[in-house]
Design a protein around this ligand. Structure first.
Ligand SMILES: *[C@@H]1O[C@H](CO)[C@@H](O)[C@H](O)[C@H]1NC(C)=O
Ligand SMILES: *[C@@H]1O[C@H](CO)[C@@H](O)[C@H](O)[C@H]1NC(C)=O
Ligand SMILES: *[C@@H]1O[C@H](CO)[C@@H](O)[C@H](O)[C@H]1NC(C)=O
Ligand SMILES: *[C@@H]1O[C@H](CO)[C@@H](O)[C@H](O)[C@H]1NC(C)=O
Ligand SMILES: *[C@@H]1O[C@H](CO)[C@@H](O)[C@H](O)[C@H]1NC(C)=O
Ligand SMILES: *[C@@H]1O[C@H](CO)[C@@H](O)[C@H](O)[C@H]1NC(C)=O
Ligand SMILES: *[C@@H]1O[C@H](CO)[C@@H](O)[C@H](O)[C@H]1NC(C)=O
Length: 665
């Protein structure tokens, strides 16, 4: 039973097969891929297992032919319709060849035909001979002047030879619009329809997935009645030249009874990766761009993260109200060229001072970089900074703003081109200051201190008046700097602080006992400063690496007692000074640094004396530093006073002025 059944199946299968072949043989056939197709192949032609028909591979100077195995009987009118899908893959851009031709031929013997420009169909002697009986539609990617080819990318209608009777550049119509297309690298379909009654040959081209365009690429009158015999072979020919080119056909439909059936795109075997030398670079380019963009994006991301970290600032909610006083760290970083050593102006009491230029404003600034570990007291300190910003006096270094980072505080000041006064007095002996400049500086600092003590809305104590904190602007005017130490006092609740800050040699004697800075302690330091300016010497031998043991104020006092006060004047001046002014400054220096606070004048009085608006009183008889024994024992005393500076810089604060590079503000 089972046996009869399988026999029946076999017989039915054979009948079906015979019918199929018979039907195809007659008037039409359709290959959606050539798997199992019995075709006549020669030359390089072969069918891939997936059904793709490969006409040529990269073997040079070779040709290939593929024909329907039997000659077909043509109608009287010779009408036919065919369509096929193809692709041409060239090795080298701009080279390759020579193309594919759809062929209707009386013979399939092409042993005398040659490849290259003859596409495996003709040779030099038979090209164009009417006895050839060959009709072809060439897809030609090489321009051959011998055949009057229009370009290297054209479709031509050939009768018995390669001099096309009509041709056009490869293109297709998409909604009336003509689009050029490259035969190289573009998988495409072509329709060839011949109406033998009207003798009209239509050729239409389109990319593989594009539907058949309404408009033909070529529509030409051809009389094929003598070219096509009653029985003709139909198929393809292809040839390579001197560069490897792969020619593929993936499907073919033929009909002599009306329009050839359309190919089924889903059944067609895929073309191998076609090197589209027109589109591939574009594609590669896009991929490259995308990869590049991704890479750039990643780099940018990393850079941004680094950048963010690098320029990360510390901001707290309470700082919102001070926002207008804040500078961005990035700006400061750029301004100081990344805190480059070449921009280093010096080392202040708290940290390094850099020169910078704010790019948007082109104005030079000085940036003080203070490290601090603790956040304690920061709020109070920032509040003070903001207040200090409001201090405006022609003899004060203007604070411009601040910035805060983790462990770091940055203060920005006006830049003073001539640096600090001590450089002129003690270090740079060549660029000595004239007496009138010194006198002017003395007055300027007095004026600034008066402003701080009495003229502003609050009492501001400077607490670190000294030559190295006096800076000189372009016109050698004095500008009192470094408000890092200044504490603000309300008029009513003065002297709350218990911090001892300042510099040895400038500390009033009472400071070591009470620990409370007052306007009088500032006056004391100012007195010492006046002596520095007049004598060109440091406050004591502690500040100078000198073998000679001296305390400046005692020495001046001794000389005054001996009536030789002018002997103390800076030898660098070589006597070029006004004696009255010199005496005034020296005596005011002594008065201001009176050991007892009540013996010192106020800054207002000091200014009056300097301006000649009041007469300087005599040095009082109780003026005796030695009895107070301050300078002898001050070192240990002031070091023992506990410091409560909140920024971890107290060590620097109580520094002596020995540092050879101490130049700061
Ligand atoms: C090309 O195809 C022919 C015939 O199939 C084969 O002998 C030859 O090795 C192939 N050449 C290359 C380069 O693939
Ligand atoms: C060209 O081909 C024809 C056959 O079509 C042949 O008779 C002839 O000898 C060939 N000529 C050359 C030069 O090969
Ligand atoms: C065309 O070919 C035939 C047969 O090969 C030959 O006899 C004839 O001379 C050729 N004609 C020309 C013009 O070459
Ligand atoms: C298409 O190609 C033809 C011939 O090469 C040329 O004249 C025409 O300008 C091209 N058109 C476009 C849109 O590139
Ligand atoms: C050829 O094209 C013309 C014009 O587009 C059209 O009228 C004609 O029907 C076409 N003939 C065939 C056989 O497709
Ligand atoms: C040509 O003739 C065949 C039958 O001989 C017919 O089926 C077909 O329609 C004709 N074609 C045209 C375009 O007249
Ligand atoms: C077509 O060619 C044949 C043979 O050469 C000729 O008899 C016929 O008159 C031609 N037809 C037209 C319309 O030119």
């Amino acid at each position: 039973m089972a046996e009869t059944c399988s026999h029946l199946h076999l017989i039915l299968g054979i009948i079906f097969l015979v019918q199929l072949i018979f039907a195809q043989d007659e008037k039409q056939f359709l290959y959606n891929g050539f798997r199992g197709a019995k075709l006549h192949l020669d030359g390089l032609a072969n069918i891939h297992p997936n059904g793709l028909l490969q006409m040529t591979n990269t073997t040079l100077l070779s040709s290939a032919h593929v024909f329907y195995p039997k000659p077909l009987k043509f109608n009287k009118n010779r009408s036919f319709s065919t369509t096929f899908a193809f692709a041409i893959d060239v090795d080298v851009p701009g080279h390759g060849g020579h193309g594919i031709a759809f062929v209707i031929s009386s013979s399939i013997n092409f042993e005398y035909a040659i490849p290259q420009e003859y596409i495996g169909l003709f040779n030099a002697s038979n090209n164009g001979n009417i006895s050839n009986h060959i009709f072809a539609v060439e897809l030609d990617i090489v321009q051959n002047p011998m055949f009057e080819d229009i370009d290297g990318n054209h479709v031509g209608i050939d009768v018995n030879g390669l001099k096309s009777i009509d041709s056009a550049s490869a293109a297709y119509y998409s909604d009336e619009e003509m689009k050029n297309v490259s035969l190289r690298g573009t998988p495409m379909k072509i329709w060839i329809d011949y109406d033998g009654e009207k003798m009209l040959m239509n050729v239409t081209l389109a990319p593989l997935k594009h539907p058949k365009p309404q408009k033909n690429l070529l529509s030409t009158h051809v009389n094929l009645s003598s070219v096509l015999l009653d029985y003709m072979y139909v198929g393809f020919s292809s040839a390579t030249g001197l560069t490897g080119t792969e020619h593929y056909i993936s499907g073919w439909s033929w009909s002599q009874i009306g329009q050839a059936q359309d190919l089924d795109l889903f059944k067609l075997p895929p073309f191998p990766n076609i090197r589209s030398h027109k589109n591939k670079p574009k594609f590669l380019f896009i991929v490259l761009i995308v990869v590049l963009l991704l890479l750039l994006g990643m780099i940018a991301g990393v850079a941004l993260a680094v950048w963010r970290k690098k320029f990360k600032e510390l901001k707290e909610p309470w700082e919102q109200e001070y926002i207008s006083h804040r500078f961005s760290y990035k700006d400061i970083y750029i301004a100081t060229k990344g805190f480059k050593d070449s921009e280093l102006l010096g080392f202040g009491g708290f940290g390094k001072v850099y020169k910078g230029v704010i790019p948007s404003k082109h104005t030079p600034v000085a940036v003080k970089k203070i490290s601090h570990d603790s956040r304690q007291g920061m709020r109070e300190f920032v509040a003070e900074i903001v207040t200090m910003r409001r201090l405006r006096h022609r003899n004060l270094v203007q604070l411009l703003g601040y910035c805060r980072r983790k462990g770091e505080l940055l203060l920005m000041y006006d830049y003073m081109p001539n640096g600090s006064l001590d450089k002129f007095l003690f270090k740079n002996k060549n660029s000595d200051l004239s007496w009138s400049q010194r006198f002017n500086i003395a007055k300027g600092v007095a004026s600034a201190l008066l402003y701080l003590h009495e003229e502003w809305e609050q009492v501001v104590l400077h607490r670190d008046v000294k030559a190295s904190n006096v800076l000189l602007d372009a016109d050698m005017n004095a500008r009192l700097g470094d408000f890092g130490l200044a504490r603000l006092y309300d008029h009513e609740s003065a002297t709350r602080s218990t911090r001892v800050v300042g510099t040895i040699g400038y500390l009033a004697p009472e400071l070591s006992i009470t620990g409370k800075p007052t306007t009088a302690t500032d006056v004391f330091a100012y007195g010492i400063f006046l002596l520095e300016v007049a004598c060109g010497r440091r406050p004591s031998s502690l500040q100078e690496f000198s073998t000679e043991d001296y305390v400046l104020v005692d020495w001046v006092y001794d000389c005054w007692k001996k009536g030789e006060i002018l002997e103390t004047s800076d030898p660098m001046l070589e006597g070029n000074y006004q004696a009255e002014e010199m005496e005034l400054v020296l005596k005011l220096g002594l008065l201001c640094s009176h050991p007892k606070p009540e013996g010192r004048p106020s800054m207002r009085q000091a200014v009056q004396f300097l301006n000649g608006d009041a007469n300087l009183p005599d040095i009082p008889s109780d003026y005796d530093h030695e009895s107070n024994s301050f300078f002898g024992g001050s070192w240990s005393i002031s070091m023992s006073v506990p410091s409560s500076m909140s920024f971890g810089v107290s060590q620097a604060t109580v520094s002596s002025d020995n540092s050879a590079v101490h130049n700061g503000r």
